[in-house]
Ligand binder design. Structure first.
Ligand SMILES: Nc1ncnc2c1ncn2[C@@H]1O[C@H](COP(=O)(O)OP(=O)(O)OP(=O)(O)O)[C@@H](O)[C@H]1O
Ligand SMILES: [Mg+2]
Length: 260
């Protein structure tokens, strides 16, 4: 049974089809990278999979449990770093992460201990007692990530976890994700940082205009995109997306008259 499954998952906003009959299955223990250009439908897909945005049609399942029929059971299995980082700005990071831990059913002591360890790992310990409202963007992201993993979820969804995060914290986050995976967790994440995706992921899906246009391991994607055995993910991405987003690769054809 797949850890994450989308069946004909669809979301429209007025006339716009943001996610278009998407079929997707991620096995337990996979590290799945979800790629696509801006506006492709990545965040919309993730929000439907985690129960934050109701699908127009289709199904979202976590370990076989329907997210929209049995949301409580399904949500217990997941951790989410959402696009908008839903944080309580009037709490300190330490208060917030502890609170989330207790909400997931940890004892007060466990929640406090795990919070301290996580904040230390994210290099937030010096600022942990400051209000989140006064945090920088990267500090907020690290706080949200700590909250997303405090209950050691079976499936972790991350929307752009490395955006706006410095190199040291980026490495700390990568290490945490690797450790979660070593314990058998499934990780589903979107990112525009292709080197990181290439390095971490066991399988990659490429979405554009709400449809999955390519999926596979790096080796499979290289074959699909015909980039040769040393093709980078960037080359694969540009080819795959370029094939459907007409003109994307023809940079030479577009000019900015005022920059000539
Ligand atoms: N609440 C909304 N109302 C109207 N349109 C929306 C809404 N949310 C998303 N869309 C539209 O759906 C499409 C997909 O958006 P989405 O945020 O899923 O893209 P994305 O792949 O996450 O892009 P990015 O890489 O920029 O984060 C876009 O055309 C966007 O304008
Ligand atoms: Mg997005």
């Amino acid at each position: 049974m797949p850890a994450v499954e989308a069946i004909q998952l669809t979301r429209t906003f007025g006339p716009k089809i943001a996610v278009d009959h998407l079929d997707l299955a991620v096995d337990e223990g996979e590290f799945y990278g979800f790629l696509g250009p801006n506006g492709a439908g990545k965040s919309t897909t993730i929000k439907m999979l985690v129960g934050l945005l109701r699908p127009t049609a289709g199904q979202a399942r976590i370990a076989g449990i329907d997210m929209w029929q049995q949301p409580l059971q399904a949500k217990q299995l997941i951790g989410v770093l959402p696009e908008g980082l839903a944080l309580y700005e009037r709490l300190t990071a330490r208060e917030f992460v502890r609170f989330v831990g207790v909400m997931y059913g940890l004892s007060t002591e466990d929640a406090a201990r795990r919070t301290d360890e996580l904040l230390d790992l994210m290099d937030l310990d010096a600022d942990a007692d400051k209000l989140i409202v006064d945090y920088s963007q990267g500090m907020r992201k690290k706080t949200a990530l700590a909250a997303a993993i405090i209950h050691a979820p079976r499936v972790l969804f991350l929307d752009e976890p490395f955006e706006g995060v410095d190199a040291i914290s980026g490495r700390a986050i990568r290490n945490v994700l690797q450790r979660l995976r070593a314990r058998g967790a499934t990780i589903f994440f979107s990112s525009h940082i292709l080197e990181v995706v290439e390095r971490l992921c066991t399988r990659i899906g490429v979405i554009t205009q709400g449809r999955l246009v390519a999926q596979g391991t790096m080796a499979e994607l290289r074959t699909l995109a015909q980039t040769g055995e040393h093709g980078t993910l960037e080359e694969i991405f540009l080819r795959t997306v370029g094939a459907t987003e007409e003109g994307l690769l023809e940079e030479g054809g577009r000019r900015l008259s005022w920059l000539e």
